[in-house]
Design a protein around this ligand. Structure first.
Ligand code: DC
Length: 216
């Protein structure tokens, strides 16, 4: 089996790198953040507050999430484009602190990782979801660099972008994701630490590809 776990804070480029690794080694790519984002989208649509755990739990009872061919399905709807907004980024960080939400996403993620070779990215993959993954990477980059990358991306896409706002959001989400009580973002003891601040995308992919080749 080959299971690659990539963890790290938001805006580090985990998705770009994980997709490239999946294509290179014929692995299935699983984005666990997309599942938290989908559940956040549903809660926003229904007006369910992340502070009302009973209401969130009731919502989850009637909710299915699937990950098929790089697409996340919320109750059968492909929500890929709707979950990539600032509002949903923060809502996902908020709702992901709830035990019932983590249990739901863990169940889907663990099932996926048990049945196929995967590259899975998130915050707690190497620590909780696949603690025995063959390759574990903790990817990070300085918050200023992550904010600049995001700013450049938005500008290139012709979308409005405010650097200071992006930087503040990144810092807030870093803090929340690494300080929540349950399964916070942290590096697994046996994960390889990769600071990508001064790496190109190609160098980043190669660094992880080297780790995978060592294990094959
Ligand atoms: O990776 P992302 O930015 O799409 O994740 C969105 C939010 O979901 C993130 O701020 C925290 C939460 N998350 C989590 O708690 N655990 C994971 N394995 C993945 C994401």
């Amino acid at each position: 089996m080959l299971r690659v776990a990539i963890d790290g804070p938001g805006g580090t480029g985990k998705s770009t790198i994980a997709k490239a690794i999946a294509a290179k080694f014929g692995l299935e790519y699983i984005d666990t953040g997309a599942m938290y984002r989908s559940l956040a989208l549903k809660s926003v649509r229904l007006g369910v507050s992340p502070d009302d755990e009973a209401a969130v739990e009731a919502m989850l009872e009637n909710t299915t999430i699937d990950f098929v061919d790089n697409h996340v399905y919320l109750d059968g709807e492909d929500v890929g484009d709707l979950i990539r907004t600032n509002e949903i980024s923060m809502a996902a960080s908020n709702i992901s602190k709830l035990p019932c939400v983590r249990a739901k996403v863990d169940e889907v993620s663990k099932h996926l990782a048990a049945t196929r070779d995967v590259v899975m990215e998130g915050r707690d993959i190497g620590t909780i979801v696949i603690p025995d993954a063959e390759v574990k990477v903790f990817m990070t980059a300085a918050p200023e660099i992550r904010a600049q990358r995001r700013f450049d991306q938005l500008r290139e896409a012709g979308k409005p972008a405010d650097y200071d706002e992006i930087f503040a959001d990144i810092q807030k989400r870093d803090y929340q994701d690494s300080h929540r009580a349950l399964n916070p973002l942290r590096q697994a003891e046996d994960a390889v630490y990769l600071d990508t601040s001064n790496m190109t995308i190609e160098e980043n992919i190669e660094a992880i590809a080297d780790l995978i080749r060592e294990r094959m």
